[in-house]
Ligand binder design. Structure first.
Ligand code: GLU
Length: 373
């Protein structure tokens, strides 16, 4: 279960807490930012879309403004955030430039997420950035966010971003290993819980008492964030971001951290509509490779994997996907008519181009329009 979720997570929001990349005494820790950038680049290289939610603006600003203590007044906090945010982005710019990855700063307030139009607008912008291969680095717009419009902490912000971009997984990089059966400082026999199938009251209580951490959040807000995003069908992984190499290795299936399972399988309202409201106008039968690409690797359907086309349909119509045994295992909106698809089936993109001519789409069914049943 755990391996499957981690292996299939295509779009991932990674939350990086202040304490991982900055300290009040020394300001930002560029070597840590570089290491995390290296690890995020590994995830990207394995075909995953990554978005980062990073704290650290205020702590970095405190150092830059040479403040003696964490500011209590809002204007001073906001001034520190303004000074620190540009420094934070500069550190990320440099760290990712080494790797040939372009980054973009995105600052959000709660208002941007609570208003449907702005929410959708933010979604389109982030999607466009991902489309360009750019890595969005998101923080709260602390400089303008007065109390009423604040998200407040970046664990919550990250969970809202995960919903915003329809992520498959939220990863919270913490300074602890994950959720333990008991407080490990008090009981050395306490063990790390690798999989939390359901966030019960008991789990929330445990997270509340084991809150021993730096930063705004603590374990309680992390578990609350996991619960919230779990309602949208997004699972949350909490791992220790201080441990070098852990992020890519855990996502590759190695042990580490705690995975909080999403409550139910995710279906957006649109996918729900595709899966349950629409009736297929025809069917495509797929070879084993295509069945696996769709079900195990979250890929779009290409013509090369189609063995047979039945029924009559137009581009945009709902079509069922059959496996070798004729079982309908997926449904989606098709980009080509049945007439064209009968000519295209089994062909690779270059051959379609050569034999039939250039087509507007490469995918027969794009994964955004595809639901595995
Ligand atoms: N947005 C704040 C910052 O960048 C941090 C909030 C948090 O750590 O939860 O400093």
């Amino acid at each position: 279960m755990r391996d499957e979720i981690l292996a299939h997570a295509k779009r991932i929001v990674v939350k990086i807490g202040s304490s991982l990349i900055a300290s009040r005494a020394t300001g930002l820790r560029p070597e840590q930012i570089e290491r995390l950038a290296d690890e995020i680049a590994v995830l990207r290289a394995s075909g995953r879309d990554v978005l980062v939610v990073s704290s650290g603006a205020i702590v970095s600003g405190i150092k830059k403004l040479q403040l003696k203590e964490y500011p209590k007044s809002l204007p001073v906090k906001q001034a520190a955030a303004a000074v620190g945010q540009s420094r934070l982005m500069w550190a990320y710019e440099k760290a990712f430039e080494r790797l040939g990855v372009q980054v973009a700063q995105v600052l959000l307030t709660h208002q941007d997420l609570a208003d449907r139009r702005r929410f959708l607008n933010a979604r389109y912008t982030l999607t466009a950035l991902i489309g360009f291969g750019v890595l969005p680095i998101i923080n709260e717009n602390d400089t303008v966010a007065v109390e009423e419009i604040r998200v407040g902490d970046n664990d919550t912000l990250a969970s809202e971003v995960a919903h915003l971009v329809d992520a498959d997984l939220l990863v919270i990089l913490s300074d602890v290993d994950g959720l333990y059966t008991e407080d490990p400082r008090k009981n050395p026999a306490a063990s790390l819980i690798p999989l939390i199938p359901e966030i019960t009251e008991e789990i929330e209580r445990r997270a509340g008492v084991s809150s021993t951490f730096e930063g705004t959040g603590g374990m309680a807000t992390k578990v609350r964030a996991a619960k919230k995003v779990g309602e949208y069908g997004v699972s949350t992984l909490i791992i220790n971001g201080e441990r070098a190499g852990l992020l890519p290795s855990v996502l590759a299936g190695e042990p580490g951290g705690s995975l909080f399972l999403a409550r139910e399988r995710r279906l957006t309202s649109r996918k729900h509509w595709i899966a349950f409201t629409l009736r297929p106008r025809g069917h495509v039968r797929l070879d084993q490779g295509a069945v696996e690409a769709l079900t195990m690797r979250g890929k779009s359907l290409l013509a090369s994997g189609i063995v047979d086309v039945t029924g009559e349909f137009e581009a945009g119509d709902p079509v069922g996907c059959l496996d070798n045994d004729g079982k309908e295992f997926a449904k989606g909106l098709v980009n080509f008519s049945s007439v064209l698809l009968k000519q295209m089936k089994g062909l690779k993109t270059q051959d379609i181009h050569r034999q039939i001519g250039p087509q507007e789409y490469e995918e027969v069914i794009h994964r955004d329009n595809l639901v595995i049943l």
